[in-house]
Ligand binder design. Structure first.
Ligand code: OOG
Ligand code: NI
Length: 465
């Protein structure tokens, strides 16, 4: 056994994330511009907020900020999805959560592949929102069959990538040379292909059924469609995007601007219209275009408990009942005002969020708490006495309504479609070949573990009194 020489999954993921970033920067120059802007705003935010900087350092998450990004892909078949699960597993990424996008008029359901352990997350939190096309939601049966036939012909993974996944599973890891080859080979799956695998006519019919169907079916592979950096101040980046020549979507998705960020706020710039070629009847190429790739940024806040999430959902629905944001941005200011007003019902100080049981927190002993002994205290008393402190646990997942908003903003105004809501987690997990992790149980587990560690020490000190 040479288990010691295996490269860690965390390192493979970091290398892959860096390689993906370099490829995307090359392919989509606006991504580089956005990354530079986000980096600048993050530096400014940290320089202006010493407390934030200190807490990020204390919770071991400062270094990861600049590393932090997520991408998204859309797959066509169950076989592609289950293989993708095995590929991501080699990088230490597991499927977390189930997202039904049919409610938002998008014929896919999804999960997010991401690292789950605290150490892995702080090393590199790279994640990929992964959707599976649902041809069952497309009404035209003949077209559905045609699409399925095309999908059956394509191979999105290189032979070497598959071989290396088999090897990693068999041996329990990959050595350096294989890990490097794995990164390079898997990157191929995410590459943009400007030559379609369908005719312009079929593309048009797929596109008429739903733009996403055309995006998934017409190409050789699931090109990464965006790569999103994490910003510490999304409003500032949104404001400054135009100065950098980037036009952001009308409103930021998710909760309003707050002192204490919750969940996830996202904004994006519209998908680029890119030149592609379709297969012509005489075997030559016919010029055309396709829009799929866009830019997005996000700001992450505290993970909410089921109670906090229910409150968030209620308030967001209430806001949208008051003002539905128009795609052209004409009522953006009105929507933002309504959002801010309705969300006054959500406490905006960390202790308030915590005490109301709305968010998940990581507890730790303060310097004083570490030295004290002979003190009997329950958690609240220990907090009040400055022995125990708490930090918000960052939300590492996604928001179906935001995802839908991002999808929609890239579909154009006329593309909204109604599907009957039909979540089907059972079918998704069967196609995936595994169960997805329940995100709430996961955050609750992190909180509990931090608490137990703290309380043991505090109580021990108390026992010695
Ligand atoms: C995925 C959109 C979802 C997010 O950040 O919510 C997403 C897609 O467009 O394929 O990435
Ligand atoms: Ni995204």
């Amino acid at each position: 056994m040479k288990a010691n020489s295996y490269v860690s999954a965390d390192k493979i993921r970091s290398d892959f994330s860096a390689a993906m970033s370099a490829m995307y920067r090359d392919e989509v120059p606006a991504y580089g511009t956005l990354m530079a802007l986000v980096g600048k705003v993050n530096d400014e935010t940290l320089a202006a907020d010493a407390h934030l900087k200190h807490r990020l350092e204390a919770t071991d998450s400062l270094d990861r900020i600049s590393e932090e990004r997520h991408g998204a892909i859309r797959l066509g078949t169950p076989e592609e999805l289950s293989m993708m699960r095995r590929v991501f597993a080699v990088m230490g990424m597991e499927p977390v959560g189930y997202y039904d996008l049919s409610t938002a008029g998008v014929p896919v359901h999804s999960t997010a592949f991401r690292p789950v352990g605290a150490e892995s997350l702080s090393r590199n939190p790279f994640r990929v929102f992964t959707s599976l096309l649902r041809l069952d939601l497309i009404a035209d049966e003949a077209l559905r069959d045609e699409a399925a036939k095309v999908l059956a012909t394509r191979k999105i993974f290189t032979t070497t990538a598959v071989t290396l996944v088999d090897k990693a599973e068999r041996d329990g890891g990959l050595e350096a040379a294989d890990a490097a080859r794995f990164v390079a080979e898997v990157l191929e799956t995410f590459r943009w292909h400007d030559h379609a695998i369908v005719s312009a006519d079929l593309y048009k019919r797929l596109h008429d059924a739903h733009r996403l169907v055309a995006d998934v079916v017409s190409f050789k592979g699931p090109h990464i469609n965006h790569l999103t950096p994490r910003t510490l101040d999304i409003d500032k980046v949104q404001d400054r995007m135009p100065q950098e020549g980037i036009a952001p979507k009308a409103v930021v998705e998710g909760p309003p601007t707050r002192k204490c960020p919750i969940l996830l706020r996202q904004t994006s710039f519209k998908a680029l219209e890119e030149a592609v070629s379709f297969i012509a009847a005489d075997g030559t190429w016919q010029k055309g275009s396709h829009t799929a790739r866009f830019g997005e940024i996000e700001q992450r806040g505290v993970a909410l408990t089921p109670k906090g999430r229910a409150l968030y959902d209620t308030l967001l629905n209430e806001t949208r009942a008051r003002v539905r944001p128009a795609a052209d941005g004409s009522n953006a200011a009105e929507y933002e005002a309504a959002l801010a007003d309705v969300f006054k019902a959500f406490p905006d100080d960390w202790d308030g969020v915590r005490k109301a049981g709305l968010g998940y927190f990581r507890y730790s002993l303060t310097e004083k708490g570490k030295t004290v002994s002979g003190r009997s205290a329950d958690l609240e008393t220990a907090i009040e006495a400055g022995l125990v402190t708490f930090d918000p646990i960052v939300y590492e997942d996604f928001l179906p309504v935001s995802a839908a908003g991002i999808f929609q903003s890239n579909l154009g105004d006329d593309a909204a479609q109604e599907f009957v809501a039909s979540p089907n987690q059972v079918m998704f997990e069967r196609d995936l070949g595994a169960k997805v992790l329940d995100e709430f149980a996961h955050y609750a587990g992190i909180e509990r573990a931090s608490l137990e560690k703290c309380l043991a020490i505090v109580n021990m000190a108390a026992a010695a009194e």
